[in-house]
Design a binder for this molecule. Structure first.
Ligand code: CUA
Length: 154
C-alpha cells in the first residue's frame, strides 16, 4: 500500500525538479558560465581582445583582465604581477591556445575553466588588500604546477 504512495512522491519530486530546471534554463535564460563566444585556438594571438592580453581599466574601480593560457603559462600582459587598488572589480576574460586549463584566483570566488575555442569570463571584487595567487586547477600536463600569476591588491 505504501509503495504506491512513495512511487507517486518520487515521480512528483522528479517532475518538480525537471520543470524547475526547464523554466530556469529556457524561460529565465540561466546557462552555465561557459560556452560563450567562440574563438579559433590557432588564431588567439591575432584575435581581439586576446591580441593584447593584460589589465585594462574600464571604469571607476572597474577592470578587465585579458588572459591567454597556454601550456604552461598565463599571458596576462608584460608583467606576471597584476596590480589593482582595493575595492576593484575585475572581469576576467580568458581563453586557451591549447588544452583545457583552470583559472582560479585563490582566496576569491573567481574560478573558471579555460577551454580551447571558447571565451570564458568571471567577475570578482577585491575588498581586501593582499597577494592573490592565480593558479591552474585543471591538470594540463607536465608543467601544470608551474602555471601561475599573481594579483596584488593594494
Ligand atoms: Cu594549466 Cu594545469
Amino acid at each position: 500500500k505504501y509503495e504506491k504512495l512513495w512511487l507517486l512522491f518520487g515521480i512528483t519530486t522528479l517532475l518538480v525538479f525537471t520543470i524547475t530546471i526547464g523554466v530556469s534554463a529556457f524561460y529565465m535564460g540561466n546557462q552555465p558560465p561557459s560556452c560563450l563566444v567562440t574563438v579559433d585556438p590557432a588564431n588567439v594571438d591575432t584575435t581581439a581582445p586576446f591580441d593584447q592580453p593584460g589589465l585594462k581599466q574600464v571604469g571607476d574601480n572597474q577592470y578587465e583582465l585579458i588572459v591567454v593560457a597556454s601550456a604552461f603559462n598565463y599571458d596576462v600582459g608584460p608583467e606576471k604581477v597584476i596590480q589593482v587598488p582595493v575595492g576593484s572589480t575585475i572581469n576576467f576574460i580568458g581563453t586557451t591556445k591549447d588544452v583545457i586549463h583552470g583559472f582560479e584566483v585563490a582566496g576569491s570566488n573567481a574560478n573558471m575553466m579555460l577551454e580551447p575555442g571558447y571565451i570564458n569570463t568571471v567577475e570578482a571584487t577585491f575588498n581586501k588588500p593582499g597577494k592573490y595567487t592565480i593558479v591552474c586547477n585543471e591538470y594540463c600536463g607536465l608543467g601544470h604546477h608551474l602555471m601561475f600569476a599573481t594579483l596584488e591588491v593594494v
